[in-house]
Design a protein. Structure first.
Length: 69
């Protein structure tokens, strides 16, 4: 714990806690981006071939002789 919380001896020494937290934040952001892209591509794959039940219900019959009230 002394390594992360001790004061700097020289002004040019790196602050390792900040460097470690920066790498952790970048890794988490990369993980979220991968997750979002994976979900988006899965949604594209599932949505190409199937019509959902809601889309089937929204389609109107094509009776040309009858007028809508």
């Amino acid at each position: 714990m002394n390594l992360l919380l001790r004061p700097l001896e020289h002004q040019s020494d790196p602050v390792w806690s900040v460097i470690i937290l920066t790498f952790l934040a970048a890794a988490l952001a990369f993980g979220y981006i991968v997750y979002i892209l994976r979900e988006a591509f899965a949604e594209l794959e599932n949505g190409r071939t199937d019509t959902t039940k809601q889309e089937e219900l929204l389609q109107l019959p094509s009776d040309g002789d009858q007028s809508c009230p």
